[in-house]
Design a binder for this molecule. Structure first.
Ligand SMILES: NC(=O)c1ccc[n+]([C@@H]2O[C@H](COP(=O)([O-])OP(=O)(O)OC[C@H]3O[C@@H](n4cnc5c(N)ncnc54)[C@H](OP(=O)(O)O)[C@@H]3O)[C@@H](O)[C@H]2O)c1
Length: 253
């Protein structure tokens, strides 16, 4: 039977305590990886998730860092390396949005969203890649959005941040392929999480949107988590620089 086996591997998941990130943390742990659950504010959720993972026989620990802060990212990676000795997989999942027209957008809000969605992955890659290079292997997954293609997702700030993240994916894939490191992206849309509830607070509106999706349902955090596991595994061993659209068939329907 074909199975994703990540035993002996170490994964760092940013924003890994809730929403899509929590599903990724749990799924990678179920596949056997030792998982580091990064959080900025959700300390309680991170602790509970790690407890759940350990109760299920997995290995997980939490690590606090605001990924927009270079020093906090440096300390986070240093802690993971000190305690686990390596990082095989980096999942740049943390992301934020807000619903704003361009004229409503302040520079502060632009910088906040670009800070988490783009500077964060840049800073995490910058700290993690030297360890992957030294090991001669590794895989990175950047959680993007179909907003990068459609301009949606809340506003120009969000769409621009995710388009730039896709470029970062391609640039790093080129730069690090020779070191045995693969870098890919996953662009979901309409995944049932706090993020979606913030974007569409009205439940009726969410049901109507689900009905418009060709597969007739919202995506789940587990949908994204399973594809993330595939992307870092040997099943995607010849894939790099690609961002996969995961949208129930909606974007190009
Ligand atoms: N849900 C969707 O429909 C959808 C669609 C397209 C793309 N996405 C993308 O999927 C990813 C996860 O989204 P989600 O739906 O799970 O969102 P969510 O439920 O709102 O969770 C956001 C996550 O980002 C973390 N985060 C925010 N700022 C951070 C910072 N400065 N440092 C570290 N972590 C930070 C949060 O951690 P704390 O709670 O600890 O602050 C939280 O874990 C995002 O990149 C998002 O753009 C989601």
């Amino acid at each position: 039977m074909l199975q994703i086996d990540l035993s002996g591997k170490v994964a760092l998941v940013t924003g890994g305590a809730r929403g899509i990130g929590a599903a990724i943390s749990s799924t990678l742990a179920k596949a056997g990886a030792q998982v580091w659950v990064n959080y900025a504010h959700s300390e309680g959720k991170a602790a509970l998730l790690c407890q759940d993972i350990r109760a299920g026989g997995g290995t997980a620990a939490s690590v606090q860092a605001d990924i927009t802060d270079p020093e906090q990212v440096r300390q986070m990676v240093e802690k993971v390396i000190r305690e686990s000795g390596k990082i095989d997989y980096l999942i740049n999942n943390a992301g934020v949005t807000s619903v704003k027209s361009l004229l409503e957008l302040t520079s502060e809000e632009w910088n906040r969203v670009l800070g988490v969605n783009l500077d964060g992955p840049f800073l995490c890659c910058k700290e993690v890649l030297p360890h992957m290079v030294a090991a001669g292997q590794g895989a990175i997954v950047n959680i993007s959005s179909t907003g990068a293609l459609t301009g949606g997702g809340g506003g120009a700030h969000y769409a621009a941040s995710k388009s730039a993240l896709d470029s970062l994916t391609r640039a790093l894939a080129r730069e690090y392929a020779g070191h045995g490191i693969r870098v890919n992206g996953l662009a979901p849309t309409m995944i049932a999480s706090d993020f979606l509830r913030q974007r569409y607070p009205d439940e009726q509106q969410r049901s109507e949107l689900a009905a418009l999706i060709p597969l007739k349902r919202l995506g789940t955090p587990d949908d994204v988590a399973l594809m993330t596991a595939v992307l870092i595994s040997g099943f995607a061993g010849y894939l790099s620089g690609e961002t996969i659209v995961m949208d129930g068939g909606r974007t190009f329907a």
